[in-house]
Design a protein around this ligand. Structure first.
Ligand SMILES: C[S@@+](CC[C@H](N)C(=O)[O-])C[C@H]1O[C@@H](n2cnc3c(N)ncnc32)[C@H](O)[C@@H]1O
Length: 250
């Protein structure tokens, strides 16, 4: 199924390619940099334990509310419009106190859906079928039914869930694209991430932008260059993305 959000760096166009490298047997699946969850939603439940994580607490509040209270979120969204006025109104309520979790979730949903590039900051004019998107939250809630939702920094999350039989899918902010996320990924975090996965017991599959820095950082692992679907503007032999793994694909 599709996600319910667009997201900066979302893996909508790469999902089939990424899933084709997943091992057959996974005991626990952990999506460490969740975002809009294009990989989680693209596959059916694949493991006894599935975990979805992101450091962005507004995003995770939205996931939790949709998982446990889809009807309340839908009701809260019932009279919302895809309009600049409403967008600006929600935007101005950034640090407002007294909102319930459901109200915060609805606010965040509107901001992401109606913003330019899904960045949540500037209204983006598009013909968006908002009512359908709101109804679709029922399906999202069902998919999240048995998924554990976490709101942690990647390092502790990886330590907590690492076991033989685990698969971590990691999709961090890309190198030199860190500024597009509200929770800033620092240059040293790329090294911290490499160190966090270097000696894990489980498997990892990581997506990154293709650049010499990342190729060097992960030189001890299998690196597969991939091109996003439908992008013919790049020349032969040039790629946009890397898939990096600590296991041989089956
Ligand atoms: C490239 S996006 C993930 C996109 C996602 N795979 C999708 O398909 O929509 C990277 C995500 O990492 C999250 N993030 C940034 N720093 C993090 C950290 N230290 N720990 C966990 N998540 C983090 C951001 O909030 C963002 O949602």
């Amino acid at each position: 199924m599709d996600s319910f959000l667009s997201w900066v760096g979302g893996k909508k166009r790469l999902r089939k390619e990424i899933l084709s490298y997943f091992p057959q047997r996974i005991d626990r699946y952990i999506e460490v940099f969740g975002g809009a969850g294009w990989i989680l939603f693209a596959k059916d439940r694949c493991a006894q334990l599935e975990v979805f994580n992101d450091i962005n607490s507004e995003l995770i509040n939205l996931y939790r509310c949709v998982k446990y209270h889809p009807e309340a979120v839908q009701k809260e969204l019932e009279y919302t419009l895809s309009s600049r006025e409403q967008f600006d109104d929600y935007k101005s309520r950034e640090n407002i106190l007294g909102y319930t979790d459901i109200q915060r979730a609805a606010r965040y949903f509107i901001l992401i859906r109606n913003s330019y590039g899904s960045g949540g900051t500037v209204f983006g004019m598009k013909n968006r079928r908002q009512n359908e998107a709101i109804e679709y939250l029922t399906n999202i809630s069902k998919r999240l039914n048995k998924v554990v939702i976490e709101n942690k920094d990647f390092e502790n999350l990886i330590k907590s869930y690492d076991r033989k039989g685990a698969l971590f899918y990691l999709d961090p902010p890309y190198y030199k694209a860190e500024k597009y996320y509200s929770y800033r990924f620092q240059p040293e975090d790329h090294i911290r991430l490499r160190d966090s996965v270097r000696t894990i017991k489980g498997k990892f599959l990581l997506s990154y932008n293709d650049c010499p820095y990342i190729r060097k950082l992960y030189e001890e692992f299998q690196i597969i260059p991939v091109r996003r679907q439908n992008n013919l503007s790049l020349g032969i032999g040039s790629y946009e993305e890397l898939i990096i793994m600590n296991f041989q694909s089956e």
